[in-house]
Design a protein around this ligand. Sequence first.
Ligand code: GDP
Length: 411
Amino acid sequence: MKERRTRLDAVRNIGIMAHIDAGKTTTTERILFYTGKKYKLGSVDDGTATMDWMDQEKERGITITSAATTCFWRDHRINIIDTPGHVDFTVEVERSLRVLDGAIAVFDAQAGVEPQSETVWRQADKYRVPRIAFINKMDKIGADFDAAVQSMVDRLFANPIPVQIPIGAESEFDGIVDLVKMKAIKWYDPEGTEYGYEEIPAELIEKAEESREDLITHVAEFDEEIMELYLNGEEVPEDRLKAAIRAGTLANEIVPVLCGSAFKNRGVQPLLDAIVDYLPAPIDLPPVIGIDPDTQAEVKVEPEEKAPFVAMAFKIMVDPHVGKVTFVRVYSGSLNKGSYVFNCNKGIKERVSRLLFMHANQREEVDYIRAGDIVAIVGLKNTMTGETLVADGAGKVLLEQIEFPEPVISI
Ligand code: GDP
């Protein structure tokens, strides 16, 4: 098998957080549809697998059954980690928030921020998870983009900064103004597959200019070069603006806000672009701190392929085709299939027989995994969720301390 080619800076480990009914499932399905349609796996990564989008289309509706689903967009490997939307699973939510690097928060454009979103948002705050927001259901009766954004301020104490504004709402919703490009996004077919950039409609130019100025003044607060361009009345180049939005998002200073209607296939490809442009790669984030179980000393676990292997199991599932799989997040190092790992919680050795990336409709078998990967391991017999695996013979580390479950919050 050829060496995998996705660079570590082209990996995005993301979760989709949403209140029940906001459209998480629909958005995820559309993401898998568009990524499957656009790419043949073999052309992007290790040259072995192919994905037929017609097959994927057939499987729509049962697409996201996996704890982590891999797809590709603009040569980036996007691993979507299932984030339980229900507050009763607080421990599971927290564990999934620890293994992802960034998240999309999906809101209903009519309902705005709903109570359950507040709980998950606070948990994401605790782990400083960089986020972008997707105001979904712009086609729904009562959809109000500005009110939904304001509800993020009022209820989440967030700093939402629109990078898009909708063109129309409810049944009149028929496009998006991209405030970075200062162009209108229009769709040309009912499936929303074909889209392109056009001039901003005349009646929206003033609002778009105000919104762009708001965006620029916010990023200028933490970007001196942009502040200077702004004060001198000079144009801010698109790439420069994108980089500043990304930096602000990674520092948890701002939450870029996008909009669309997943149900009507509007806005999903620009959302994929935003995942690539604004959410972090594994190497963008600070090292994870673990504990050496023997000495209680802190251990810094860096996202370095050359360092010793460290991973955490976060979900165990039974796959209909391969049996028991253990989903792990690799924090450091690399590991070949067929090798042994040491479970630091149990003090036992386990053999890794197969390594798989789970896609919407197939499994992609790989020979080795490395820092930043989210992957399913076949062969682990006794490892449970929350347990840390290291290279056999390397230093021990525990990533998740034993903690009492949080009280269940009922709303
Ligand atoms: P989840 O509970 O967050 O996973 O939400 P679902 O994706 O299952 O969507 C809940 C309901 O909202 C379903 O009936 C969807 O068809 C509907 N829905 C999802 N996205 C949209 C949208 O963009 N517009 C409208 N009008 N309805 C939507």
